[in-house]
Design a protein around this ligand. Structure first.
Ligand code: FES
Length: 64
């Protein structure tokens, strides 16, 4: 698991906290929209599974 200040996407220099902020601010529910907003995972793509997990966690929190 990542801490808030860990880079999840090293290529785009995005930490877990950065990603969560964008997801919450823009109420994002899909990976494609998140990618449009941030260009996340557009270089090597090795971060995709971790980003999807963070996004799913955030969506699940909304539904509580
Ligand atoms: S680590 Fe995210 S694109 Fe390479």
């Amino acid at each position: 698991m990542f801490d808030d200040n860990d880079f999840v996407c090293r290529h785009m220099q995005l930490t877990k906290a950065d990603i969560i902020k964008v997801i919450r601010d823009k109420n994002i529910s899909s990976f494609e929209v998140l990618q449009d907003e941030t260009d996340i995972a557009t270089i090597c793509g090795s971060c995709v599974a971790d980003i999807e997990e963070i996004l799913e966690d955030e969506i699940a929190k909304r539904e509580v």
